[in-house]
Design a protein around this ligand. Structure first.
Ligand code: GDP
Length: 583
């Protein structure tokens, strides 16, 4: 049976691409299970598995999440052959309340290498580093703090396999510990607890374990599955044990990747450096990055001038799970963005241009979800309305939750991403962006930087002083305004067989329709090596010398593509038409 690796969530369209069938087939397969999903709706791994099974395929969990957006292309793990995957170092982040010892712990771990007398010695601070645990590498993201973690997630990058939750044994669980737990849970990342500062007289590890249990994080001693390791970042006690447990826990996830392909990764850190210009620390997640490789990060295209590892040594290449500093950036890129190696300069520039276009488009109608969207979509299947709730007091919060949950019905499911007391913070907004959620504030206001983050990320933030306004708004959204919706429907696929020069026009794509049909008013997704290069309209469609309205499967045709002549033999043209649906 054909096996396909899938991320935890993907749209019906992406699923169809991964399975190599038209989206309509996937929708049909889901309908067999009484699941109604439109092409742009996303489904979780289990649901995707049902559809795949119906189509005679089997699904596996992909290592990394599929990433889309300005950040760049989706990592093409879906196309990875099982046999090409090799074990890669697990990637770990450290989260926890301020002053509980995140930095000290990361330093203590970094120092184990010196103690072990490893050549190269102490690591440089490049935003991530790799340590050797009994001959096995483990990579740590060295940018503690939830903001960085969430910002990366907000941009679609889920870089870590494991979150080490640091809780000080003298202090116990504090607000940011709770926040960290929520973040890790949202990201679907395994949690391992480091109970720190056990050297202190007032250390009380048992209290920490109890508090964790109250929050649904049940440690092994209490019959649960979460590993908790007592440590002291100061004395070094327990650090080796912590490292061993990290390996043990991450081994269960079997982190794997394919080293024999163009590199894909995430920018962990980026800045301007004297002498080297703009540089970026990139965590390679799949493939191998080499000196002189072409690459693209969001709207920026470049070529690798040099690679430097976390010991400050020049290296020629870096494989999956390894962080490296990349020089050769034309400008400073953003942390959290996707990094993609490209086959050629032309390819990298074309992807960069497209990403720039997408970014411009996004800032014009910057919006992930808003209540209006939900209203517009109502009637097109089960809707997941994700919410971040903030209120002035615990009592108000509970009241708010009660009111909102009344709106749940067979069509609308409310998902509370996070709820808390106090003003709407930047972290709340980042969390909402990552989860495609709406922020609702009751008797609270956004902090200034939260407002800026909302504008940037296109997050719908709504504040209310009276409950009935909330109910009116949500009701209107949830019950649907029954406005028509527009949807892209896949109609067919053609393969470019030759470039045909036509006077005045330039080049048109001599193509063969391999599936469905290509129609005159279609939008084409131009794809090469499984990646979309661009979307363009059909400018004209011809059979021999005649203009035609459509060309069916099995026939040759000439396709003039609006604003695009860069196609080459073997490119795939997927045709979509926009259809109006009345709710
Ligand atoms: P962060 O804010 O979570 O990064 O915390 P830091 O690593 O900056 O540590 C906060 C404070 O706790 C510093 O004064 C550290 O010296 C202290 N600290 C960290 N780990 C330990 C430990 O294991 N034992 C003791 N006694 N103090 C610690």
């Amino acid at each position: 049976m054909k096996q396909v690796a899938l991320p935890p969530r993907l749209t019906v369209k992406e699923l169809a691409q991964a399975l190599g069938v038209p989206p309509a087939e996937v929708s049909k397969a889901l309908l067999q299970h009484r699941i109604l999903a439109t092409i742009n709706q996303s489904v979780d791994f289990e649901t995707a598995g049902l559809a795949a099974q119906q189509l005679g395929m089997e699904v596996l969990r992909a290592e990394a999440e599929t990433v889309t957006g300005v950040a760049g292309e989706a990592p093409d793990l879906t196309r990875e052959e099982e046999g090409e995957l090799r074990t890669r170092p697990p990637v770990v982040t450290v989260l926890g309340h301020v002053d509980h010892g995140k930095t000290s712990l990361l330093d203590a771990i970094r120092h184990t290498q010196v103690a072990a007398g490893e050549a190269g010695g102490i690591t440089q601070r490049i935003g991530a580093y790799t340590v050797d645990v009994g001959g096995r590498p483990v990579t740590f993201i060295d940018t503690p703090g939830h903001a960085a973690f969430t910002a990366m997630r907000a941009r679609g990058a889920n870089v870590t396999d494991l979150a080490v939750l640091v809780v000080a044994a003298d202090d116990g669980i504090m607000p940011q510990t709770d926040e960290a737990i929520q973040h890790a849970k949202q990201a679907g990342v395994t949690i391992l607890v480091a109970i720190n500062k056990i050297d202190r007289d007032d250390a009380n590890p048992d209290r920490v374990k109890q508090q964790l249990t109250e929050r649904g994080i049940v440690v092994e001693e209490y019959g649960g599955e979460v590993v908790a390791v007592p440590v002291s970042a100061r004395s070094g006690e327990g650090i080796d044990h912590l490292l061993e447990m990290i390996l043990l826990v991450t081994d269960l996830r079997e982190p794997r990747a394919n080293p024999d392909r163009l590199a894909e990764g995430t920018v962990i850190d980026a800045h301007l450096e004297r002498g080297r210009g703009p540089v970026a620390t990139v965590l390679v997640q799949n493939g191998t990055l080499r000196v002189r490789d072409f690459f693209v990060v969001g709207p920026v295209a470049g070529r690798v001038q040099s690679l430097t590892d976390d010991r400050g040594r020049r290296v020629q290449s870096a494989g999956p799970g390894i962080p490296v500093v990349v020089a050769g950036m034309p400008e400073v890129v953003r942390a959290g963005d996707r990094f993609l190696a490209a086959e050629s300069e032309r390819q990298s520039k074309s992807i960069a241009d497209r990403n720039r276009g997408a970014a411009d488009q996004r800032s014009q109608d910057a919006r992930r979800v808003s209540l209006a969207d939900i209203g517009r979509q109502a009637g097109s299947g089960v809707q997941d309305l994700a919410l971040v709730l903030k209120a002035d007091s615990q009592g108000e919060l509970e009241a708010l939750r009660g009111v909102l949950l009344r709106f749940e019905d067979s069509l609308v499911r409310l998902r509370l991403v996070f709820e808390g007391v106090g003003p709407i913070t930047e972290t709340d907004v980042d969390l909402a962006a990552a989860a495609n959620a709406i922020v609702i504030g009751y008797n609270v206001r956004p902090e200034p930087n939260a407002r800026a983050a909302a504008d940037r990320g296109g997050v719908d933030v709504r504040t209310y002083d009276v409950v009935y306004q909330i109910t009116e708004d949500i009701e209107r959204a949830v019950r649907g305004m029954h406005a028509p919706t527009f949807e892209e429907v896949f109609v067919g696929r053609a393969e470019v067989r030759m470039r045909i020069k036509v006077p005045k026009i330039g080049f048109i794509a001599g193509s063969h329709v391999t599936e469905g049909k290509v129609v005159r008013d279609a939008v084409l997704s131009i794809r090469r090596d499984g990646r979309e290069l661009q979307r363009s309209k059909v400018a004209s469609l011809r059979r021999f010398k005649d203009d035609v309205r459509e060309v069916a499967q099995g026939y040759d045709c000439g396709i003039e593509i609006a604003d695009f002549q860069d196609f080459q033999e073997g490119d795939l043209l997927e045709a979509f038409v926009v259809e109006q649906r009345n709710a």
